[in-house]
Design a protein around this ligand. Sequence first.
Ligand code: ADP
Length: 405
Amino acid sequence: MKVLVINSGSSSIKFQLLDMRGEQVLASGVVERIGEDLGKISCWMHPGSSAQSRVEKVEKIADHQSGMLKVGEVLCGGQDGVVRSSEEIGAVGHRVVHGGEAFHQPTVIDEEVVAAIQANIPLAPLHNPANLDGIRVARELFPSTPQVAVFDTAFHQTIPQRAHIYALPYELYERHRVRRYGFHGTSHKFVAGECARLMGRELSTTNLITIHLGNGCSMSAVEGGCSIDTSLGMTPLEGLVMGTRSGDVDPALHSFLERAAGMNLALIDGMLNNESGLKGICGFNDMRDIHEAAGKGDERARLALEVQTYRNKKYIGAYMAVLGRVDALVFTAGIGENDPIVRERSLAGLEHLGIELDVDKNNRRYKEPGALHSGSSRVQIWVIPTNEELAIARESMSVLEETNH
Ligand code: ADP
């Protein structure tokens, strides 16, 4: 079966078409700058193979409807197309950011599911409407193809109350569903499964700390394959230091800044999401730029690195305590997969907890999963490249099989 994976954002649609026999990527691309004067669609056909080719078009893409039409054209188009017609696509899997408490697993999309995603808009006002646009248009374009929603929050629905209830008046939870939801769930679940497989263990008896460090960063305590705590909260702002997001701050910050700096809530919200994190401390949000600047003696860049890796270490310690026995730590996403310095600093001094990095292994480049622990480390340490598209395609397939579609 061929599965089309859609990640629809406010001004972009990322897509990937996979042939699930052999889990091969047939095409992978993005429609960007939807609604602007000039948009762009770019796509690799048969990426990584000898038949690889690239399609790139710059033109106005008015809305998600025309964006999805372009995706259809590129995939089915002429001699370069990877399918003859859209009928060959057996399922469409959609990334949906916020499933609230309604969704514990991937779900076949119908009107009720659309309404439930809509009901969660207040919890993800930027993401869920864009995800819904993608779903609406894909359902129009592929009316007879089953469509599946795969939620970023679903994997974390196993987090117990003690870890998901904030110490606030309880009616805020009852009335407004204020609680920790967590995000990046598809990635945490994927690397947890892969790690147990690579360790030759049953996931159900394996305890892991999964560390997703990309532009957005989060860490999860995974017990027997179930998330039991995670660092992102009600929104994707809490926890670790991210590219432009602050992670944990004192909740009294808002009222202080209102009084001291005359800032209103919208300004503070924008600042915490877009002007903070690594960028807030040193002006760069890309870790490669930070290393370059730090190498030239930029003290702020060094500080940003120190603040981020210290926070990582603090959360690792917390999740060691939460899990009791930890079999492995897993690093993933842009920084986690590629940055030996961040990994080394985040784990420095944790030898007393049984975490010992092999410096040579840590310094190698990893395109495939690799083990980084020393021979005497009690806790294994892995780099496992995340693959959210493959995870969404797999989950879409399995939910369709379960529901006999
Ligand atoms: P997103 O959260 O947007 O999916 P990614 O997982 O692709 O992000 O991670 C993007 C981040 O990864 C970049 O901002 C950069 O900081 C970091 N990154 C990518 N490549 C490298 C590298 N070779 N060394 C260090 N950091 C890297």
